[in-house]
Design a protein around this ligand. Structure first.
Ligand code: HEC
Length: 123
């Protein structure tokens, strides 16, 4: 009996994980809708209204060389981990007062995971 339960659990586990983790393809759609008006990504990405976001995960805030950041961003000392990006996107000026980025995040947790997966997939 216990053995059977364990088996079922083991079978369900990968499904659960697959749902919790993000999906880069879905994340691309989130990026296009909510970020691409100001940010570019990909081989030809350059600064636009906001800095390009290639390889942003793990990057030090304010460190692309073709964008003029606010003093607030330059002095923030943030490293863009997944957690920090999620926090910033949900409330930019709550995290970096006086940042130029204004955004009203309309997504949910799943969309955020998808978006982060997409960012991670663009080194
Ligand atoms: C209305 C324009 C706009 C939108 C939409 C926008 N951003 Fe930004 N973002 C900016 C600007 C401008 C900056 C630079 C902020 C500064 O210098 O204070 C920025 C900065 C950032 C940074 C810091 C980059 C660095 O090099 O330090 C991250 C990360 C970021 N945005 C992520 C996102 C994500 C993810 C989305 C979509 C969910 C998004 N932004 C949507 C305008 C925008």
């Amino acid at each position: 009996m216990i053995k059977n339960c364990l088996l079922i659990l083991l079978m369900l586990l990968p499904v659960g994980l697959a749902q919790a983790a993000g999906d880069a393809e879905a994340g691309k759609a989130v990026f296009t809708k909510l970020c691409s008006g100001c940010h570019k990504i990909g081989p030809y990405a350059r600064a636009a209204f906001g800095p390009q976001l290639n390889g942003v995960i793990g990057r030090q805030a304010g460190h692309t060389d073709d964008y003029k950041y606010t003093e607030a961003m330059l002095n923030s000392g943030i490293v863009w981990t997944r957690e920090n990006i999620a926090r910033f996107v949900k409330d930019p000026s709550g995290m970096v007062p006086d940042t130029r980025m204004k955004l009203w995040w309309l997504g949910n947790d799943q969309r955020m995971e998808d978006l982060l997966e997409y960012l991670q997939a663009n080194p």
